[in-house]
Design a protein around this ligand. Structure first.
Ligand SMILES: [Zn+2]
Length: 115
């Protein structure tokens, strides 16, 4: 099932001036996936379905971006979940893979070699 929800977009508007504690807290500490590289491979994204009782998020990209990714684990398999908030919220996932293949896919996404 595709989950589409209306949420406000990332708010990153700052007032000019010296950084304060709040700004330091709000600064990005997450990983930002690189821009799409030439020859970027198209990932086939599937509608997110509840396929496992529990899913663990092992890694994630920074939430400040309109599209964020999570490397998830469910039992012995892993997959990448994609949150696209450019128009509402669209949650999709990659195919479910064995951990080495999923880690490889995750790395390619971070490097902008797959999207
Ligand atoms: Zn960020």
């Amino acid at each position: 099932m595709t989950v589409v929800r209306k949420t406000p977009g990332p708010a990153k508007h700052r007032l000019p001036g010296p950084p304060d504690v709040l700004e330091l807290i709000m600064d990005c500490v997450g990983i930002h996936a690189a821009a799409k590289q030439p020859g970027c491979e198209e990932i086939r994204w599937f509608k997110s379905r509840p396929r496992a009782a529990s899913v663990r998020v092992r890694r994630h990209t920074c939430d400040c971006q309109p599209v964020a990714y999570e490397l998830c684990q469910a039992g012995g398999l892993m997959f990448v979940r994609r949150y696209d908030r450019s128009d509402g919220v669209l949650i999709e996932e990659s195919e479910w893979l064995r951990p080495p293949a999923a880690e490889h896919l995750w790395t390619r996404i971070l490097l902008g070699q797959s999207r």
